[in-house]
Design a binder for this molecule. Sequence first.
Ligand code: FAD
Length: 350
Amino acid sequence: MSELLADHTTLRLGGPAERLLIHTDPAAWPDLTHAVLHEAIAPFVLGGGSNTIADDTGYPGPVIRMATRGITARQLDGGVVEVTSQAGEPLSALVAFAITEGLSGIEYLAGIPGTVGAAPIQNTGAYGQQISDTLARLTVYDWSRRQLAVFYPEACGFGYRTSLFKAYPGRWTILEVVLRLTRSAYAAPVTYQHLAHHLGVPLHARVPLVEAARGVMIDRCQRGLSLSESGPDARQVGSVFLNPPITATQADEVCKAGGMVYRDDYRVLRTSAGWLLQLAGHDAGSQLAPGVSCSTRRALTLTAHDGATSAAFNAVLQTLARDVFTMTGIRLHPEPARPVAVLIAERDMP
Ligand SMILES: Cc1cc2nc3c(=O)[nH]c(=O)nc-3n(C[C@H](O)[C@H](O)[C@H](O)COP(=O)(O)OP(=O)(O)OC[C@H]3O[C@@H](n4cnc5c(N)ncnc54)[C@H](O)[C@@H]3O)c2cc1C
């Protein structure tokens, strides 16, 4: 019996994987690659499945679930510590490790589901921190060259929720992530007003690491940004659209309409995708299709319920993007990944 991807994704949608391989032992990677290299369809690599919308038809090739564990630390000069994590470690475990060890640099990533290996794919981030800020290097397997390679941040093409790896899905599998964290009992300055409010401190204050992470968890919980085991919002992939880039003229219009405009860490003007959805008439709790609704807390998170299908979920994404474009001329782009089957021969790309 083939495994359902629904059992490996937080949306709990997705048909069967042709073959599911759980990768737990880093030393066994060469055997695993040999086991799939003769297949016609390139493998789809899955972490925690918290940013993946798997098709109802499943995946017609092998699926590799990254489940390798292990975190080590090495002291460098000047209060810098190099932390090495296997790709299958939950990101939350790495954040907890850093906080326990008194290391600053990823404390605001507390509460983000998924694995360490997936974080560089979309340059996962929150509250002003993103994984690229502290990344020292990555060890990857290059499926085109069929060999291991090391990537340094300059070569990763990082941007706002994107990277080279996201641009060429399936070409590289991240096996190991090395971060450079700073020995400090205090978190980076708080740059989000609502977080400062929960922490009871002014903007730009520095609070102890553990308090910063606790404040983040409370804020995420209250704003519907945390993943629960049960309840109406349990089946979700977080934000379904990226905050879109806008022109200066669109920025003026957004401001006039009461929306928020900001520059991301790469100086690109953006506005809030959630605000655009609300402007187009889609609010928290809106029922959008059988089995698909906006979460009870926010329009930008869609939740699946009994009877949901990936087809319906994806159709809703298209409808929402179309509604926003019709009303504002601004294009929304989905944030989660959709496993697309690529022939092994076709993957020999860039
Ligand atoms: C409640 C909730 C809150 C969230 N909040 C945030 C947030 O604040 N900020 C944010 O950026 N994201 C957020 N997300 C999205 C998601 O959790 C992150 O993007 C996370 O990093 C995805 O990890 P994953 O292991 O679940 O990825 P998956 O869903 O398993 O995979 C996502 C993509 O990465 C690829 N991939 C996975 N592992 C590897 C690997 N080792 N090598 C190569 N490719 C790989 C997959 O093929 C797929 O294309 C949230 C999601 C939820 C459900």
